[in-house]
Design a binder for this molecule. Sequence first.
Ligand SMILES: [Zn+2]
Length: 148
Amino acid sequence: MDGNRHARHVCGMTHADPDHPELRPEFQPGPPERPAWPAIAKGLRHRCPACGEGSLYTGYLKLVDTCPACGEDLSHARAEDGPAYLSILVTAKVMGTLMLVVFEAWQPPPLVLAGTFSVGVVAMALYLLPRFKGLMVGVQWAKRMHGF
Ligand SMILES: [Zn+2]
């Protein structure tokens, strides 16, 4: 029987320090993570997560490849559907609750309620979308995801 067998996990790793150079001579520690909350705050303001000065977007949602102020490479950002998910999540919770409160308080005609809240929901979602995209780019930059 193998004497070390009891010390191994199912995945084959041992209980010993996995970063020990004799166990993993190929191990090269990557650069440390950056502080996430300042990067998130900058992203929420549509600003570069590194310097907080350069704009994140060339249009409404089109990300710049490099920060115009500090030159940070922002082409690694992969926000995908995350900002839309967060926007819908927050907008639905807030506006759904507000619609119930308005109906209970004033009982407006259904067409008035539907019309005003349709406009309000679209406006809120469009307001939140670029901010949540900046938030996600900030998190990805801080955690050095996708090559940042
Ligand atoms: Zn910058």
